[in-house]
Design a protein around this ligand. Structure first.
Ligand SMILES: *[C@@H]1O[C@H](CO)[C@@H](O)[C@H](O)[C@H]1NC(C)=O
Ligand SMILES: *[C@@H]1O[C@H](CO)[C@@H](O)[C@H](O)[C@H]1NC(C)=O
Ligand SMILES: *[C@@H]1O[C@H](CO)[C@@H](O)[C@H](O)[C@H]1NC(C)=O
Ligand SMILES: *[C@@H]1O[C@H](CO)[C@@H](O)[C@H](O)[C@H]1NC(C)=O
Ligand SMILES: *[C@@H]1O[C@H](CO)[C@@H](O)[C@H](O)[C@H]1NC(C)=O
Ligand SMILES: *[C@@H]1O[C@H](CO)[C@@H](O)[C@H](O)[C@H]1NC(C)=O
Ligand SMILES: *[C@@H]1O[C@H](CO)[C@@H](O)[C@H](O)[C@H]1NC(C)=O
Length: 744
């Protein structure tokens, strides 16, 4: 009987408190490398792989217009206790610190540290046992209380960080750097969070709220150094009895792996299934966009109305057989009110103007909070009626834009603990009832995380608005966050050709190819926005089947760990630019797409850097440059892929990697190399092999025709597949005959 066994037997019983009652203790997680040491005075520290990573900052709570802090003993720790139990995540053990404020009556708070022997997780809880009044912080960016809290301490070197913040799923203000007492202000407040900390080997902690996402915030309490806290957002002035705010710390080795593991746990807990994305036809099919950056954004053809212009787009698309399946109509078509907010969503979202005609205050029929310039609907009936009316015009997806501005612009949302949740609940529930999907645009991290609660929120914008020729294609890092949350990352629209005369931006798009590649591999919508006559149809159709189904990879394109590690540490031999990867797994083999550009210095990428090819042999991987199908090379720990500063947004490095068929001599399926994702599950539905044949079932539009590539015994070739009336064919490689066939 080992020590651990004794520990679990004793400590799952009521003897627990006797064992560990008021002693300093360690709480372990499922990962032996991830331990929290807890001291009975209310302090705690996180140890990773035997090293101390984080020491606690003093717990504090606001009440009665004052801040009570463990730092200056104005917050009194009255007892410490330990207990255990089971919840939705599994078996847990916890340490609780009970605090009390003896001021204008006793007010109790409890800070709890919970660990799960079966999970690499620590949950921190703030429990407002008696509730509290006059809890607001100094500003909206502040907190009502801080727990957990961690010091930014020590010299730079051990730890790096990735701090999400701003709009577009925390993309626009994201920061990467070194974690130390010299670290400048991290993202916090209304637009901040979550945070990842990692060492140069990629051991990673992800810190985020675990519940009440709309009212949870972070606080970095100094311009440099200081402490980083989680709590309730600072505008909230009262918290009801028993209210619990939770944060989660998740650990794994690998930055992408940690976000994936964290996301999977969050999605499982909140019932978010990424498979719902495939029900959203605006994610499944090619569409045409008219939002900011589009040729026809507040712009029509000469001397024509919007209706005529849209009809011309359709005529042109039909003529060129571009299979657009929907059109996105942006803000140009409805009536605007104060500050350009929505007044009436007719003629053809909701950042509501205060003069919205829907509000009872303005003679409408719905309950609204109406403030100086903005208004907020506070009844689901509003959304029901809006969506059901719009469904009659053919609405399939509603883009909720300006989420950040609506949140920070409506005072009630900043003061009220639950109103933000109620607002998004009503919208999402109405969308569910109406059977439409929602895209979040300009979402702060809080909105992004709230989308965990809503199966119908399937997609989110993860970078700024498109502007031809600019850098908003750079979604490699924000897509890590969005994907973890079960949201399809959307790059926004793009042009497919460089020059589009008469455009309102007076710009060109030299990087149209990069934009297409990123859009297609993002797994989000693909929605070009060319002027009539200006689409490069053959290049655009590399995204899709002839019926408009987007050929996506199974797993979205995202920055590899080495890119983030290099950005933080600068000396880890990673790419000092963009290096991203997407992949598809079929038949147990992995097929990757690797995109590299904007490097300042040469970089060689090896299979281990991809995070998806562990234990591959020296002849197991083949890499094919997208623009040179016969230029394939073996890709191994001896022969990495070499990149340098020649690769720019207008001249990308882009490889497709195939894993060899096990047991065959130098044989691999390369797939449909004419597409950006040659082995998409929307084309290749299976891959099996025996010692003499390799078989793949292929699908597409009825009678669709395409070339399918392979390497057999080190010789590369393609076979033309012509699908049958049911849109299916079988590809087969015959080892004995040395040939390939593809038959309906
Ligand atoms: C808190 O401040 C507000 C506004 O200044 C005041 O009305 C209220 O009485 C104060 N409450 C307490 C408990 O001090
Ligand atoms: C903390 O406890 C001390 C001694 O028991 C008491 O004097 C003090 O008022 C308490 N402070 C608060 C903020 O409750
Ligand atoms: C940061 O920490 C290092 C090492 O602990 C210390 O020498 C240095 O003075 C600290 N710097 C600041 C600004 O506190
Ligand atoms: C647009 O209308 C103006 C005035 O009616 C006319 O002079 C011009 O030729 C028209 N332009 C086009 C492109 O049809
Ligand atoms: C497209 O337009 C051209 C020129 O007007 C015409 O000749 C052609 O038949 C059209 N094709 C289709 C598919 O409509
Ligand atoms: C806060 O919003 C909720 C709706 O979520 C509402 O029921 C409640 O009355 C609001 N509280 C205050 C103080 O306005
Ligand atoms: C589309 O792009 C390809 C590749 O750059 C080019 O060769 C072709 O001429 C373009 N076609 C059109 C219609 O712009």
């Amino acid at each position: 009987m080992d020590y651990k066994f004794v520990f679990s037997v004793l400590c799952l019983t009521t003897l627990y408190q006797l064992c560990y009652g008021l002693q300093n203790r360690k709480q372990r997680t499922s990962n032996d490398d991830f331990v929290i040491s807890i001291t009975t005075d209310g302090t705690y520290s996180i140890n990773i792989h035997g090293k101390s990573w984080l020491n606690s900052a003093p717990t504090f709570f606001n009440a009665n217009n004052k801040t009570y802090s463990a730092a200056d003993k104005t917050l009194n720790l009255t007892s410490t206790s330990a207990t255990s139990g089971t919840d939705k995540l599994g078996q847990w053990q916890s340490t609780s610190f009970d605090y009390v404020i003896n001021d204008a009556g006793k007010t109790r708070f409890t800070a709890v540290i919970k660990t799960y022997p079966s999970l690499p997780v620590i949950i921190f809880q703030q429990v407002y046992t008696d509730g509290a009044k006059w809890t607001q912080g100094k500003t909206y960016e502040d907190l009502c209380g801080g727990f957990p809290g961690f010091q930014l301490e020590g010299p730079p070197g051990l730890l790096g960080f990735l701090s999400f913040g701003g709009l577009m799923f925390g993309d626009t203000s994201k920061k990467i750097g070194l974690w130390s007492n010299a670290t400048y202000r991290l993202n916090d407040g209304i637009t901040g969070g979550p945070l990842a900390l990692f060492d140069s080997d990629g051991r990673t902690l992800v810190l985020s709220p675990f519940n009440n996402f709309m009212s949870a915030s972070f606080l970095h309490d100094a311009g440099i150094g200081g402490n980083y806290y989680g709590g309730i957002m600072g505008g909230v002035s009262s918290v009801p009895m028993g209210y619990t705010q939770e944060f989660i710390l998740y650990y794994d080795t690998g930055i992408n792996k940690a976000f994936e593991g964290w996301g999977k746990l969050m999605r499982t807990f909140y019932g978010k299934d990424p498979a719902r994305q495939q029900e959203d036809m605006t994610i499944k099919y090619l569409g045409y966009y008219t939002d900011n950056g589009a040729y026809y954004y507040y712009n029509t053809e000469k001397n024509k109305t919007y209706e005529q212009t849209m009809l011309d787009v359709r005529t042109y698309a039909n003529n060129k057989t571009i299979p657009y399946k929907y059109v996105q109509y942006d803000s140009w078509w409805y009536y605007k009110g104060v500050d350009d907010g929505v007044k009436t969503w007719e003629r053809f979202p909701y950042d509501g103007a205060s003069d919205t005609t829907y509000a009872k205050q303005n003679g409408g029929t719905y309950d609204f909070i109406v403030e100086k310039s903005k208004a907020l609907p506070v009844t689901k009936k509003f959304w029901d009626d809006l969506f059901n009316e719009a469904k009659k015009w053919g609405l399939v997806m509603y883009e909720q834009d300006w989420l950040n501005v609506e949140f920070s612009g409506v005072q009630a949302l900043l003061h009220n603990l639950t109103l933000g949740t109620t607002w998004l609940d009503q919208m999402a529930t109405a969308a569910d009832d109406a059977g439409i999907f929602i895209q979040y645009c300009m979402a702060n991290p809080r909105h992004a995380m709230q989308a965990l609660m809503y199966p119908r929120v399937t997609q989110g914008r993860v970078s700024n608005d498109y502007s031809p020729g600019d850098g908003q294609w750079s979604i490699g890092i924000s897509s890590i966050f969005a994907t973890a949350l079960g949201i399809a990352p959307f790059k926004d629209t793009f042009w497919t050709t460089e020059t589009q005369p008469g455009n309102i931006y007076k710009r060109t798009e030299p990087n149209w190819k990069l934009n297409m590649v990123v859009s297609t591999l993002s797994t989000g919508p693909v929605g070009p926005s060319d002027m009539v006559g200006a689409t490069n149809v053959s290049m655009l159709m590399k995204c899709c089947r002839s019926d408009g189904v987007i050929l996506k990879p199974q797993f979205p394109i995202r920055a590899i760990d080495a890119q983030i590690l290099q950005a933080a540490f600068n000396d880890v031999d990673g790419p000092d630019g963009e290096a991203w990867l997407s992949y598809t797994q079929v038949g147990g083999l992995r097929f990757a797409d690797i995109l590299v550009l904007n490097l300042k210095s040469p970089y060689t990428l090896y299979p281990r850097d991809t995070g998806i090819y562990d234990n591959v042999g020296l002849t197991d991987l083949y890499a094919v440059p997208y623009d040179d199908p016969f230029g394939w090379v073996t890709f191994s720990s001896l022969y990495g892929l070499q990149f340098d500063s020649r690769f720019t947004p207008s001249r990308i490095a882009f490889y497709h990697v195939s894993q060899a068929i096990p047991g065959w001599f130098e044989t691999a399926i390369l797939g449909e190399l004419d597409k950006w994702a040659p082995m998409s599950p929307q084309r290749v539905t299976s891959l099996t092999w025996t010692s003499s044949t390799v078989t793949s079932e292929l699908v597409g539009a009825p009678f669709e025709q395409f070339d399918f590539w392979y390497i057999l015994g080190s010789k590369q070739n393609a076979v033309t597949c012509k699908l049958g009336a049911t849109g299916a064919a079988t590809f087969m490689l015959d080892n004995d005959l040395g040939i390939a066939t593809c038959k309906p």
